[in-house]
Design a protein. Structure first.
Length: 209
């Protein structure tokens, strides 16, 4: 997931090992009518349903969909700020799992940058591959919270991205990218509050050029 610009745009699971510890307890050295049994004790088996992050060993597993914070349901300056974080967390969820359904429900279908971000990711997972890293995060945020004539807000953000790698189904690294500190571009999250909820109308560079 690289921030690919549509100007208005830039923007594996660890194998679970079974641990078995055996401890023995011998009876006294003096003779007895029956030998003391050897006691064995196994460590608990790791919970296979536990969320497991992606790694070089395999794709992420059991990752829960981020929950919408209550603050992000308000048409306030703080509400939009919290929603911006939430929207990016859904983008990260899509990159980690290949499922962009949750973020697309909150995003206009005409957002070309959003389509660029998602390009090829679901297909990689369907073919047995996966991604590691690539998390997007807001590094700086600025918003006057004044809508335009279309009732659209446009908070400005610098967005960082962690280092990332793409693997095929055999575990071979196909691509790798260093982290991006988010210093090169400022992005705008065009947002509207409709029917009691925030929606993203578009995302990219200011001006759309």
């Amino acid at each position: 997931m690289t921030l690919k610009l549509h100007r208005p745009a830039p923007i594996a699971a660890v194998s679970i090992a079974l641990l078995l510890a055996l401890t023995g307890c011998q009876g006294p050295s003096t003779p007895s009518s029956s030998p003391s049994p050897t006691a064995s004790k196994a460590s608990p088996t790791p919970d296979a349903s536990k969320p497991t992050p992606a790694s070089s060993a395999g794709p992420a597993r059991n990752i829960p969909v981020p929950e919408l914070p209550e603050a992000a349901t308000k048409e306030t300056k703080e509400g939009l700020r919290v929603f911006a974080d939430y929207w990016l967390s859904l983008m990260n969820y899509g990159f980690t799992t290949g499922d962009y359904g949750p973020v697309n429900k909150l995003t206009a279908s005409g957002c070309e940058t959003c389509a660029n971000i998602q390009k090829g990711v679901p297909e990689t997972y369907k073919s047995g591959g996966w991604f590691v890293g690539g998390e997007l995060a807001i590094k700086s945020y600025s918003d006057s919270f004044r809508p335009d004539i279309n009732d659209t807000y446009g908070p400005l953000m610098r967005i960082s991205q962690s280092s990332r790698a793409k693997y095929d189904k055999t575990g071979k690294v196909l691509e790798s990218h260093t982290a991006d500190a988010g210093e090169k571009n400022i992005y705008v999250l065009y947002s509207r509050f409709q029917n009691g909820a925030w929606r993203v109308a578009d995302f990219g560079l200011p001006g759309g050029s």
